[in-house]
Write a protein that binds this ligand. Structure first.
Ligand SMILES: Cc1ncc(COP(=O)(O)O)c(C=O)c1O
Length: 254
């Protein structure tokens, strides 16, 4: 927090952009006061708070936008990926009334060759309806608890699964090996389940199941997780993957 304060105190920073729960860090949720304190520092020093909700938005945390779980109202919010319903590409930068006031003065202030995406807008509107439906949000939390119970059960037999980080369906599985996330990714891939390790903590596997899955799907996924753990826990412990900017690995290939 001191580092953020030092960066902002000269009042020459336009905005702080922050992922609500960083995916490449393994979906470890920030502690309760972290995001509210950053928002307060932004307000004090005249910087905008931009929430990157590409991973944490659209209901998966049990809130339409993950940042709401911390009671923070961002000035700008970014959404993409699932916003498209997986059918037609669209991403959006959403501005609060005050951050977007300049658009009312000059609607041509920001134009984009492929902006607009009429088909994408129709889809995104439906996605927003589905993802803000209270019954669907409650379902996401129910499925999250179902997974948590399944993982706890697996953990009894396989302490290799060290910890489950979780806010709704945004989950990070931490393994007892510096490259556990990588070994699990490979073992799961081999049996038809896709999940990616966390680039900045290769002991963690990012797990973000679909928003509308049912418990039958969960049972099948849990079975595969267990099968994959049986394979991964036998892998030799290798040093962690270290990423540098640009995403290149400094400690050899995967
Ligand atoms: C947290 C986060 N923000 C932004 C992006 C960019 O999303 P897109 O390429 O769909 O615009 C990604 C892509 O992986 C992401 O994970």
């Amino acid at each position: 927090m001191d580092a953020v304060e030092r960066a902002l105190r000269h009042e020459d920073v336009a905005a702080v952009i922050i992922e609500t729960i960083p995916a490449t860090y393994g979906f470890i949720a920030p502690r309760a006061d972290y995001l509210p304190r950053i928002k307060a520092l932004c307000e004090r020093h005249g910087a905008l708070y931009i929430a990157d909700e590409v991973q944490t938005g659209l209901g998966r945390t049990g809130h339409l936008w993950g940042v709401s779980a911390w009671g923070v109202e961002p000035d700008i919010l970014v959404t993409a990926k699932g916003f498209s319903g997986g059918l037609y590409p669209i991403a959006a930068t959403v501005l609060s009334a005050s951050a977007g006031a300049w658009l009312a003065e000059n609607g041509w202030g920001h134009v984009s060759g492929f902006g607009g995406a009429e088909v994408g807008c129709a889809l995104a509107q439906r996605v927003l309806e589905i993802c803000s439906n209270p019954a669907n949000l409650a379902h996401a939390l129910h499925i999250s608890d179902y997974f948590a119970a399944g993982f706890a059960d697996i953990q009894q037999r396989h302490p290799y699964l060290r910890r489950v980080h979780r806010l709704g369906l945004v989950m990070g599985l931490e393994f007892d090996s510096p490259r556990g996330g990588v070994d699990m990714m490979k073992a799961l891939y081999d049996i038809g389940l896709w999940a990616i390790f966390a680039g900045f903590n290769s002991s963690i596997l990012q797990v973000k199941p679909g928003f509308l899955i049912d418990t039958r799907y969960c049972d099948e996924a849990l079975e595969r997780f267990q099968d994959a753990i049986r394979v991964a826990e036998r892998q030799p412990k290798r040093p962690p993957i270290r990423l540098v900017s640009g995403g290149r690995s400094t400690s050899g290939s995967l």
